[in-house]
Design a protein around this ligand. Sequence first.
Ligand code: CP
Ligand code: NVA
Length: 305
Amino acid sequence: MKHLLTLFELSTADIERVFAISKDLKAKLARGIREPLLPGRVMAMIFEKQSLRTRVSFETGMAHLGGSSLFLGQDVGFGKRESAADFSQVLSQYVDVIVCRTNAHAKVEDLAKYATVPVINGLTDSAHPCQALTDLFTLEEVHGKLAGKRLAYVGDANNVAKSLAVCCGKLGVEFAIAAPAKYQFDDAFLAQLKHEVPQSKVTQTTRPADAVKGAVGIYTDVWVSMGQEAEEVERKKEFSPYQINAALMKQAPASAIFLHCLPARRGEEVTDDVIDSPQSAVIPQAGNRMHVQKGLLAWLLGAKV
Ligand code: CP
Ligand code: NVA
């Protein structure tokens, strides 16, 4: 049973295969073709946090593929009414795939442990694999083959950053992160990355200008992720020198694109003039969530492609 809880689970060849299917499906959709690769398949969606992109792009993508989705609200009592084993085994008998967005990563691990259908992580506190896959796909659309290139990330070493670092490692991309020392990657994550993706190249610095040098993509995310609201005042203070603004973009190559997983807090981690500039790819990046997740669903569910 294949799951997608983190990108550690995908090989480089798996990622390239998902990208190839996604590219094909995206090109076909542009010609008005919606190939029903997953007719009659049903996707369950459990979301314990807010979402626009992940929820809608998964549901829409599944509809394009000829399948359907069930958005499961609080009434199913995920994590509350019964054991994870009972919940997961029962749900697996009804549906073909489960997408889950929650806080503690252990909750998706529990779902997957007992599921007899694939479980896809739609964001936890420590990983956002569908986002990172999309981001590298987007970067490759603009810059071609990525091996040997650099992605700069200025901001919190959060769920998005961790998944990006893993994806970059698998694709031979250097990941340069600039953050205050206390918000850089923790030792446990770095040790896991080194162990599972030994070829990965991560550089950590407190100087944004160093990270963006020579990069093909300049990425940021919010300073305060969902669930960290109590740390808002401190985080805003610590991260204020890490804003992506026109002055920082000038330190990067003119061909670099600006990326953000969205939603953005404009005026905090990024200024309007950057996110709205011709260098910004955030809108097509968000659009690609749907194309890449269609590729992922087709691949995970073994569609004939
Ligand atoms: N980037 C992302 O996952 O967006 P949502 O929170 O809207 O799903
Ligand atoms: N790091 C952010 C990403 C939102 C898509 C969060 O976890 O809130």
